[in-house]
Design a protein around this ligand. Structure first.
Ligand SMILES: Cc1ncc(C[n+]2csc(CCOP(=O)(O)OP(=O)(O)O)c2C)c(N)n1
Ligand code: SF4
Length: 256
């Protein structure tokens, strides 16, 4: 066993763009953030863009990725990762700018930034982790909390009559972004597909076409108070019933 460990056979492969000294990471066991960031890391490795990448993370559990990658990284004010990465990209268009945030950061406090970056077709890549709640602050209702879902601030379940319906971010971005945008929704329940979406999003920025936006359905077992089986069922069944997984916009075509 010791020999196998030393030969690296039992060690999970780590993307080479990850900052090894900061692993193991700080997310809770069963959290989807690490799965999304691993898929992103593999996509960056395969495209060979580590040396051009700048990475921005938000307030919320996404901030635990501030030292995740061995690239220049910035952690921004809540909801402001999109304009910060936009500024860097505009100042230096050769950079590959990646903005990483939660659903609270992207769809609540930062919604105006996401909307307007999409309207302006900023040449950046935005990756949003949708875990149906405000994870870092203890599990309050987020714009993406499902109807009937119990959270700290919806103890009887979210009532859309009172709170409105959950935000469908990719649908919103796809509706307002001009030609050249790439928009998709992936899920940690299908890592291969999600990684493919992330890779296409980065390629779209490399080609200079327009904004790329990928929402990733994710897990927060700590606040959902779910065991492993319940967590997976919620991601695979409950979330995907409401949030349809797939590509919504390809750079070549603007529908409607
Ligand atoms: C301006 C501001 N408002 C509120 C907060 C408190 N706050 C910190 S994290 C957070 C929620 C984060 O939720 P989300 O963006 O969904 O990310 P997650 O933790 O679920 O990954 C909030 C409201 C803050 N830090 N700054
Ligand atoms: S609180 Fe939720 S989102 Fe935050 S690290 Fe833990 S499981 Fe992940």
């Amino acid at each position: 066993m010791q020999e196998l460990m030393e030969d690296n056979i039992l060690q999970p492969a780590m993307p080479s763009c990850w900052y090894e000294e900061t692993k193991p990471h700080k997310f809770c066991p069963g959290c989807g953030h690490g799965i999304i960031l691993k898929a992103l890391g593999e996509a960056v490795d395969e495209l060979g863009i580590k040396d051009r990448m700048v990475f921005g993370c938000d307030i919320g559990c996404s901030l635990l990725s501030w030292d995740f990658f061995a690239v220049d990284s910035v952690q921004t004010h809540h909801g402001r990762t999109t304009p910060v990465i936009t500024g860097m990209k505009r100042a230096n268009p050769d950079l590959i700018g990646v903005a990483y945030m939660g659903d609270g950061g992207g769809y609540a406090i930062g919604s105006q930034h996401l909307f307007n970056a999409a309207v302006r077709n900023e040449r950046i890549t935005i990756i949003l982790c949708n875990n149906c709640n405000y994870g870092m602050t203890g599990g309050q209702m987020a714009p993406t909390t499902l109807p009937g879902m119990k959270t700290e601030t919806t103890p009887y379940g979210r009532d859309p009559d009172q709170t409105g319906a959950p935000t469908k971010g990719p649908e919103m971005v796809a509706a307002v972004a001009p030609e050249g945008a790439y928009v998709a929704r992936g899920t940690i329940a299908n890592i291969r597909q999600m990684k493919g979406f992330l890779k296409k999003a980065l390629e779209n920025q490399m080609a200079g076409n327009g904004i790329s936006f990928v929402e990733c359905l994710s897990s927060c077992p700590t606040n959902w108070r779910t065991n492993a089986k319940q967590t997976w069922e919620f991601v695979e069944k409950d979330m995907t019933q409401f949030f349809k997984v797939g590509e919504l916009r390809l750079p070549q075509a603007k529908e409607g």
